[in-house]
Ligand binder design. Structure first.
Ligand code: HEC
Ligand code: HEC
Length: 217
């Protein structure tokens, strides 16, 4: 066990005992995470209750992902405004090792299904704060690339959908890091469509894309 993993484990213990959310309702033990989310999202009252429970869970996440999921650390993603199904899919990828990050993998192992679903419902309900564009020349090349390559999946406004991440307003450093990981197949994140769509991007293209999409609303 590495020190980092041990640290994650310890924090996860604090997390679970500190902010444990409502006990498992009866009869839902064998329901998949997607089904749980689907059931919650179909019912306004259930969605509101989940968001309230998720807000409690989010106190711990806020150390890194910021208040209401608006990260203040440039290399840590905002969770605010993401599609809940996309967030849940990433949670699953961390749990089964398809996505690698020591801390996130350790922490998610310690969360109940209820906590996972309520956390994503809460973060998805929060508004993302966009970053004002600081380098318009850089962003303008990024805009060209975005409307040539990216928009057909991520949407004209960069807001994504159930399967595809919202990019609008995302942290610029995190965007750069993620794009390079897909392009260079470093192993932290593997996705065939992202690998194909980043393979011809230069580092300068990636910087431009990050400058543009982080400023989208
Ligand atoms: C110690 C810091 C830390 C804490 C605390 C933390 N995270 Fe993370 N989280 C990260 C980092 C770093 C990443 C980016 C991982 C990578 O490199 O891809 C991440 C990524 C994620 C992602 C993927 C987002 C995306 O856009 O794909 C989700 C979902 C997530 N975290 C949920 C949570 C939840 C829910 C909590 C609280 C229960 C939490 N995190 C607590 C550091 C943290
Ligand atoms: C064919 C569809 C497709 C195209 C085109 C595409 N993407 Fe993606 N993108 C995806 C999918 C699917 C994911 C989620 C992959 C995963 O789970 O890791 C994703 C994830 C991402 C992420 C990670 C976001 C996060 O919150 O962690 C970034 C950044 C990204 N795409 C940027 C881009 C950019 C910039 C372009 C254009 C150069 C682009 N994508 C083109 C499908 C696409």
């Amino acid at each position: 066990m590495t020190t980092k993993r041990l640290f994650a484990g310890l924090l996860a213990g604090v997390f679970v005992s500190g902010v444990a959310v409502a006990a498992e309702p009866r009869g839902v033990a064998n329901i998949s995470l997607e089904e749980r989310l689907g059931t919650v999202m179909q019912d306004t009252k259930a969605a509101e209750a989940a968001a309230r429970a998720g807000k409690k869970v989010s106190f711990f996440c806020a150390n890194c992902h910021g208040e209401g999921g608006n990260s203040v650390k440039p290399d840590i993603p905002n969770l605010a405004g993401q599609n809940p199904a996309y967030l849940l899919e990433q949670v699953k990828k961390f749990s089964d090792g398809r996505r690698r990050n020591d801390f996130m993998q350790g922490m998610i192992k310690a969360m109940s299904d209820e906590e996972k679903v309520s956390a994503v419902v809460y973060f998805a309900s929060q508004e993302v704060k966009p970053h004002p564009v600081t380098n318009p020349a850089l962003a303008s090349h990024g805009k060209e690339l975005f409307y040539k390559i990216c928009w057909r999946c991520h949407g004209e406004q960069g807001r994504g959908n159930e399967k595809i991440a919202r990019l609008a307003g995302q942290q610029p450093e995190y965007l750069i890091l993620s794009l390079k990981r897909y392009r260079d197949a470093t192993g932290e994140r593997i996705d065939p469509s992202m690998a194909a769509n980043t393979k011809n991007l230069s580092d300068a293209d990636i910087n431009s894309l990050a400058a543009f999409v982080s400023g989208m609303k």
